[in-house]
Design a protein around this ligand. Sequence first.
Ligand code: NI
Length: 179
Amino acid sequence: MAILKVARIGHPVLRCPAEPLPSEEIAAPATQRLIDDMLETMAEYDGVGLAGPQVHVSRRLVVYGVAANRRYPDAPAIPLTVLVNPRITPVGDEREDDMEGCLSIPELRGTVPRWARLEVEALGRNGEPLRYPAEGFHARILQHEVDHLDGKVYLDRMPSMESLAFLAELQRYGLKRAD
Ligand code: NI
């Protein structure tokens, strides 16, 4: 396994819509190695999700999951999951605001509105069809990662840049809310 270089914002791969991964390529050793490397890279950098374009692979591939995480200490535990060609559909019209960060935009956090509930359809790492609901932080991760597959980053989803902050300053001064 290997720790991969993470693309930072400004690299064109992050702005390029990713291509579907043909299902017959999922079992290929190169794909399985890439999945293992993405899982290792996510763990190395304390990420909760990582999408193909973030490791310079413009394919619709996502890994995510939360154990104990230093970058997100309050996050609920979510099992490590691999999604090939994920599609998400909002369920209901409730939206929630919460802070997000991104390994491709180091040190920053910003408040992003996301659908509170959704359903995800994808293939798993063995090509098996997956379909399940997700809500809250879990649904937020999925929306953030699928955005990466479409060439978008969380900054694009912020209605205002006022909440954008360096993590160190947030920890020092707290979150300023307009209420
Ligand atoms: Ni990200």
